[in-house]
Design a protein. Sequence first.
Length: 302
Amino acid sequence: MRRVHIYHWLAALLALLAAHPAAAQDRPRIVAVNYPLQYFAERLLGDEAEVVFPVPTDVDPSFWRPAIADISMIQSADLILLNGAGFATWVNRVSLPRSRLVNTSAAIRDQFIVTESITHSHGDGGEHSHEGLASYTWLNPMLAIAQAEAIAGAIAGREIAQADAVYANFAELRSDLEQLDADAQAALARAQDVPMIATHPRYHYLARRYDLSIASLEWEPGVMPTDTELGELEMLVAETGARVLIWEAAPPPAAFEATAALGLDNVVFNTLARGVIDDSFIAAFDVAIADLSDAVAQNPGN
């Protein structure tokens, strides 16, 4: 009798799995090395796959060091979305399945911006070097479109989702990014003659797309600058005539007070590498552009 009950239980389980195939097999998993790529993939896929951005929220994804468990999870993914342009240096030190790697910026290599190679440190991440390439490509929405298109091609090519649905979603995403770019062009038109300083060198593609003049410091994001750093800022203000200071993350209020005393209007422009709480890529980018435009309007100079 006990064996009969087991057979009945197995039959019921098989019937349940047949009725709910998702229970028998997990959805495909896609791993992204930064938030923008995660956002693009989620827009393209809907609920067809799980899209994972594994970097903790308090860690800079440019210089994250994955643990063994993280590496194992990434290696088992159906797709691994790389940004390229030197972003996420850990990918060069980990064995990853080549057939599942997607370099989303491969088609825009001719538009990469070469920078000076600078070695410095962030928090507990140890010393590291900017690899001589600006890597925050998505801050130009037109380059972001190219990256999203590369993701769409990889998803469709590997049949992770229906190609027609993926490309329909891509058309909507492309339209949103084109509108974002048009809005930014209009909002920042009056900023082109306003010299600015950024507390970290991450805005190269933004500056080139919208013809902005942005000099860069090497400050720790969101941290109160030292007296030495404030002295360096004062010299850079005298050299450039800058009137706007762009922060990657909000510092303590005392930092705003110290820099405002130098005649600078402060604005926080999230680079979106690690995302924002309760906001999307499009919405957060739009807010950042509006804040930068407002900062220019509040401090027009001579």
